[in-house]
Design a protein around this ligand. Sequence first.
Ligand SMILES: NC(=O)c1ccc[n+]([C@@H]2O[C@H](COP(=O)([O-])OP(=O)(O)OC[C@H]3O[C@@H](n4cnc5c(N)ncnc54)[C@H](O)[C@@H]3O)[C@@H](O)[C@H]2O)c1
Length: 309
Amino acid sequence: MKWLIGDKNCHKFQSTHLLKFIVASEAHPPLAFLRVWVAPVVVRLFDYRADRAPQRTMIMRLNEKTALVTGGASGLGDAIVRRFVAEGARVIIADIDGENGRALALALGNMASFALLDVSREEDWTRVLAESGPIDIIVNNAGITTHGSIEDVTLEQFRHEFDVDVVGVFLGCKYGIANMKANPKGSGGSIINMSSLCGVRAQADLAAYNAAKAAVTHLTKSVAMHCATKGYGIRCNSIHPGVIHTPILDKVLAQVPNPDEVYAGWVSTHPIGRIGRPEEIAAMALYLASDESAFTTGGEFRVDGGSSI
Ligand SMILES: NC(=O)c1ccc[n+]([C@@H]2O[C@H](COP(=O)([O-])OP(=O)(O)OC[C@H]3O[C@@H](n4cnc5c(N)ncnc54)[C@H](O)[C@@H]3O)[C@@H](O)[C@H]2O)c1
């Protein structure tokens, strides 16, 4: 019965292969009964169903949308850019890393482009968004990680962490809203801010990073409330990854004397028994970017293998 269920292409495929069997069976007289009486009826049945079955079409979840992804040249940003392009979006890779950003844009063809943008610089945002035209999706993903406890971290490091991870997201939301409000298609859009599990659960040796990601979490809710009450149709949500295997982790592992131990330590904090993959964060970003999440704003989306349970 499974054979009789399917779409137009599936029935045509079945019918063609049955015809091949009929031709091949000419060489086997005992199969004459099947060839002469049964097979033609079944072929007609498949063809009949093929004519009436719906044509299955690929649904691209971000068709006709334009996205800007900060920090799109590496790691999670790279995975998000690739997934968005695969789902039909035109994507601007916005990063300070021109070499990797341009190479990725080139690899993805005419649906991707690169823009040099330092998220902490206001003039960069105004320039890039003036050149980009209307944007439907902004992923404020660019970030850095400053290691050190409250006793170790210097004021300069703390300020730099906040410049990139908090001021960068603040500017992305502020100028993103202005761009989305002016969209000739009508106001609306999705802003996705990359926080971290560290934005909800603190670690002793990440004082500046913890504080910055917690600020991103709450700024997201403030933006979501503002846009909802103003009726802009702009949603804003945050993603909170656990430890995800990106180049940043490889750099850490290359610097420590006991990489296996450090890696095992990361794994042990994830009840699911492994660390995450960039594609798993891209899948969440895709949901939040698409219209499937139209009723979702101000949310904290943890993709952390159960670390925060
Ligand atoms: N990888 C993880 O385990 C993990 C976990 C939780 C949260 N995050 C967050 O996810 C985001 C991406 O992390 P990743 O692991 O992909 O890191 P990554 O280092 O691989 O990529 C970060 C990208 O941001 C860019 N960038 C840095 N400073 C910038 C600036 N001032 N302006 C524009 N671009 C800048 C870098 O050039 C790089 O391309 C960060 O916000 C990070 O805090 C990562």
